[in-house]
Design a protein around this ligand. Structure first.
Ligand SMILES: Cc1cc2nc3c(=O)[nH]c(=O)nc-3n(C[C@H](O)[C@H](O)[C@H](O)COP(=O)(O)OP(=O)(O)OC[C@H]3O[C@@H](n4cnc5c(N)ncnc54)[C@H](O)[C@@H]3O)c2cc1C
Length: 495
């Protein structure tokens, strides 16, 4: 039974009086762990109800610099709210960490009790893996600082930093690294899964720019991971997601960058989509590393079908104009907004469209090459539903030149990552909208090979997707998280 409904019921009132584990439902004076006056019901890693003793909760609270929020705390609801409105869960405890020691204490508390544990970075997990019912949420949202060492060309981002802070701080120094396309996404989950962005054809994925990390492993130890130190762990976190511990700090390579950049969008009516996509299919593989060009099929809320091309040219604008010439001659665009403008215009222009609280579902897959069949399938899959759009993250270039096993992200030979995204607000539409999105994806599935686990909503089996990287990932999991404490992710089971 849903816990909230249970708490509201008359039966609950009677039971709660004689069963202290449930009396937390009516708690009003114990919003933080240090003032806990009752035990709380928790849930184990295996889904069994467990008791979190009052003394232990207090001890956790006292060990931490940041607060441990309990249900009823004024910040509890905002802390448990993540980006996708589909996931409304209530952790027993939210450990709002301020530093690596806080994270270590929270991890130790959870491991010792085999308590279900979620780690929240930026909270953008599509499938809602950064939140859980009745477990512990390790909340990194306050560990969100980014500092830049301009001379060394390095950025240090705390585990809960957002991409906006990474971009903004680096740009202030005339530097940049690969960040994703929505600026309120977390650096944490984004990087650990691979990290696609508009500059990756030149600089590689986020994992290719990661130079070191500080990570709290399941034993509570705070470790450094780099090519020189714990190299196996460093390899595993570059694509293996949150399986190996809580990353408290990421160190990124930065690149000199002129932020006023030739970029923008070109938009055509969907009736011209075949011409645009056929051009793209023919030329995508031969575009320069400087050119990021990615198509999206979408429908506006008032029903207008469109194909939009997202352009960022990371180089000499004159060369960019030249490379764009042929695309610009296709059909009759409704809008051509490609011009010299601040890079952050592109990096934030979809933030509002992907605002917090939308109910959303996504499927994705890697595509090795463009073909006529794929173009036909995309046009067939496009169905004019304004909730669904067919988009992609461009790969190729520098992404492709990294060896398949140099990092734990094995899908190096793809040209693009296709993403089918849907968004709606009314919970009554959930089932139907998800089914409609799956239907669109099904038409494209025959052209795909593997998927990006960061945008993995309902794929249960991860073994095959990690391909040749799996064996080494499994060995790292056995070494660093033998009890599978970190399981709310694209999970690699240690057994
Ligand atoms: C609107 C939107 C736009 C996106 N755009 C892009 C894009 O441009 N490019 C791209 O590659 N991906 C993109 N993604 C996918 C994105 O990379 C993943 O959703 C990613 O997991 C988000 O990271 P987060 O820290 O915000 O998420 P969270 O929900 O906080 O966490 C996601 C997963 O990562 C783990 N995790 C997070 N931080 C840490 C940490 N510090 N240590 C250990 N584990 C951690 C969590 O436990 C969870 O399993 C997008 C997603 C959304 C919703």
């Amino acid at each position: 039974m849903d816990r909230r409904k249970f708490c509201k019921s008359a039966v609950a009132a009677g039971v709660a009086a004689s069963y202290p584990l449930l009396s937390g439902c009516g708690r009003s004076e114990t919003p933080v762990a240090t003032s806990a006056n009752t035990s709380i019901r928790g849930i184990s890693l295996d889904g069994v109800e467990i008791e979190l003793e009052k003394a232990a909760i207090k001890e956790l609270g006292e060990s931490m610099t940041g607060p441990v929020l309990l249900s009823g705390h004024p910040d509890y609801d905002s802390a448990r709210t993540i980006w996708n409105g589909m996931h409304d869960k209530r952790p027993a405890l939210i450990a709002r960490c301020m530093n690596s020691e806080d994270v270590s204490n929270a991890v130790t508390f959870a491991r010792e009790r085999e308590l279900l544990t979620a780690v929240r970075g930026g909270g953008h997990s599509w499938p809602g893996k950064s939140i859980c019912d009745d477990g512990l949420m390790i909340d990194l949202s306050q560990m969100n600082a980014v500092t830049v060492d301009a001379e060394a060309k390095r950025a240090h981002a705390q585990g809960g930093a957002l991409l906006n802070a990474l971009d903004a701080n680096a740009l202030e120094h005339g530097l940049v690294t690969t960040a994703g396309v929505i600026s309120h996404t977390g650096v944490g989950g984004f990087t650990l899964g691979a990290g696609f962005g508009r500059l990756n054809r030149k600089y590689g994925l986020a994992v290719d720019n990661l130079r070191s990390a500080e990570i709290v492993t399941a034993d509570g130890k705070i470790r450094r991971a780099s090519e020189e130190e714990n190299a196996d762990l460093f390899w595993a976190i570059r694509g293996g997601g949150g399986n190996f511990g809580v990353v408290t700090s990421f160190e990124f390579q930065l690149h000199p960058f002129e932020r006023n950049i030739f970029s923008g969008g070109i938009v055509w009516p969907v009736e011209q989509a075949r011409d645009v996509l056929e051009y793209y299919a023919e030329h995508a593989a031969s575009l320069s590393d400087e050119m990021y060009m990615g198509p999206t099929l979408l429908t506006t809320p008032d029903g207008a079908g469109l194909i939009a091309m997202d352009i960022v040219y990371n180089g000499d604008p004159v060369a960019g104009e030249k490379e764009l010439e042929a695309l610009r001659k296709i059909g009759t665009p409704i809008d051509d907004g490609v011009k010299m403008q601040d890079y952050m215009v592109m990096q934030t222009n979809q933030d509002a469209a992907f605002g917090h609280g939308v109910r959303s579902y996504a499927k994705n897959a890697m595509i090795k090459e463009w073909s006529q069949g794929l173009v036909d399938a995309m046009l067939d899959a496009y169905n004019g539903d304004p909730r669904i759009f067919i988009t992609n993250h461009v790969a190729g270039g520098a992404v492709k030149r990294v060896g398949e096993l140099d990092t734990a992200f094995p899908h190096r030979n793809a040209e693009i990552m296709l993403v089918i995204v849907s968004g709606w607000m009314d919970p009554a539409q959930d089932d139907e909208a998800i089914a409609a999105t799956r239907e669109v994806y099904a038409k494209l599935d025959p052209f795909t090979g593997g998927y990006y686990s960061n945008i993995d909503t309902d794929r249960a089996k991860v073994t095959g997707n990690y391909g040749p990287a799996f064996e080494r990932l499994h060995a790292a999991k056995v070494q660093y998280d033998p009890g599978n404490l970190f399981r709310l992710n694209s999970n690699i089971k240690p057994t």
